[in-house]
Design a protein around this ligand. Structure first.
Ligand SMILES: NC(=O)C1=CN([C@@H]2O[C@H](COP(=O)(O)OP(=O)(O)OC[C@H]3O[C@@H](n4cnc5c(N)ncnc54)[C@H](O)[C@@H]3O)[C@@H](O)[C@H]2O)C=CC1
Ligand SMILES: O=C(O)[C@@H]1CCC=N1
Length: 386
């Protein structure tokens, strides 16, 4: 893409580029398995729909998720010269430019000039105002993709000039490790091939109907947090039991990785695999009994429903609220802000995310999971193992 990208520090240090895809990861055996299961990598079509031009990508609002996607795309071999990013505040933009060698500014309007694809990873509440602000600078046939939870296609479509294409992508933080689970949706008739190719670079991509996006957000977007929560609880239990924190962390991380790889490489249902570990009268059964007594499975289902309801509420539409409150609907992010990114600023009217509507959960029952069956013998599949 040619100038006029004149925003603040436009750094392109080739030497800062993240390691290429071919760099052997820490554990080549494990990662070889991951690659085997991953959707076959298709060559990214870097040509525009009209032909000849290289596809340029603007990434607006590179925070936690945006950085994960950026890092994953670069690691996949996408040339830094094709990415024009924005972040707030200025120090955050400068830090990203330094870290990845891409051009990062605080100027959204400049970043989208000549961009074929515009990825938005700003907070949901900032999406529509940002689109309105950049509208005049969008290419007439650009595609705008929102990574935000809750913001519907209708909002995207009504916030961009006629002719600009819109789509939603719900992905997750594992994009950094190129292991994201991404769901795409777009208005009927949209050719999603290029977007699939793009997100296949950072994991596995599926296409869903928009009506499923809130659920997908809960399971695939928020999903890693469920596992991190489990990892935290397991690590804490190990440390409380006397293990060194570092050793506990290594053990738990590897256990989760190994378990996920095992799950992914098996055609059996998780509930069936689980039974292979639960030797009758053994340790696993003792643990599962405690989890079951604590309604852990129902709690997970309720958590998914709460997240789904929250996505629903973020859409701002008038669909009915779920019927049961889910407790606090907002958790402070405390000190994990990447490079202290601002949530608002000059680059296009962000604003901080309101707490919006309350999330709801329907308790342990519901359509998201199977009911208790009570079975616990090998081969007798119990859908509520804990
Ligand atoms: N964090 C995650 O794992 C996931 C997040 N998402 C979605 O991704 C979006 C971002 O989430 P996070 O990365 O967690 O939040 P974040 O707060 O870390 O990142 C948002 C970034 O956008 C920047 N920003 C806000 N308004 C801006 C503007 N007008 N111009 C330029 N930059 C602006 C903020 O400074 C911030 O750095 C949200 O819409 C969320 O729903 C979706 C899936 C997973
Ligand atoms: O917590 C959130 O709202 C975002 C969407 C999915 C993951 N993070």
């Amino acid at each position: 893409m040619a100038p006029p990208h004149t925003g603040h520090p436009l750094v392109t240090h080739e030497e800062h580029r993240p390691p290429p895809t071919e760099t052997p990861p820490a554990d080549p055996v494990v990662f070889a398995e991951v690659r085997w299961r991953r959707a076959p990598m298709r060559r990214f079509r870097l040509k525009s729909r009209i032909g000849g031009r290289t596809m340029d990508i603007a990434m607006l609002g590179v925070g936690h998720l945006g950085e994960a996607v950026l890092a994953g795309l670069l690691d996949s071999g996408l040339p830094i010269s094709q990415i024009w990013a924005t972040a707030l505040p200025e120090q955050r933009a400068a830090a990203l430019a330094d870290r990845y060698g891409v051009e990062v500014s605080t100027d959204n309007r400049s970043a989208v000039t000549e961009a074929d694809l515009v990825l938005l990873s700003v907070p949901p509440v900032a999406v529509a105002p940002l689109l309105k602000a950049i509208g005049p600078d969008l290419e007439p046939d650009a595609t705008v993709v929102s990574l935000a939870a809750g913001v519907p296609l209708s909002t995207l479509a009504s916030s961009v000039p006629k002719g600009v294409h819109v789509a939603r992508a719900m992905t997750n933080i594992a994009a950094r490790a190129r292991q994201a689970a991404t769901a795409l949706c777009a208005p009927e008739g949209t050719d999603l091939t290029e977007l699939e190719d793009l997100f296949d670079r950072v994991g596995v991509t599926v296409t869903v109907d928009e009506s499923l996006m809130d659920l997908v957000t809960a399971v695939a977007g928020s999903g890693p947090a469920f596992l991190f929560s489990l990892a935290d609880a397991l690590t804490t239990a190990a440390v409380d039991g006397g293990m060194e924190p570092e050793a506990a962390r290594v053990l738990v991380d590897q256990m989760l990785l190994g378990a996920c790889l095992h799950l992914q490489s098996s055609d059996e249902a998780p509930a069936a695999i689980l039974e292979r570990i639960a030797t009758p009268g053994g340790t696993t059964r003792a643990a599962l009994d405690v989890l079951r007594a604590g309604h852990a499975s129902g709690t997970v289902k309720a958590a998914v429903q709460a997240a789904t309801a929250r996505g629903h509420a973020l859409s701002g539409d008038d669909r009915p609220e779920p019927d049961t409150p889910a407790g606090p609907d907002h958790h402070e992010r405390s000190a994990v802000s990447p490079d202290s990114p601002g949530s608002a600023g000059s680059a296009g009217s962000a604003g901080s995310e309101s707490s919006g509507g309350s999330a709801g959960a329907k308790g342990s029952a519901g359509s998201l999971g199977a009911a208790d069956s009570g079975g616990s013998e090998p081969g007798d599949i119990d859908s509520d193992h804990f």
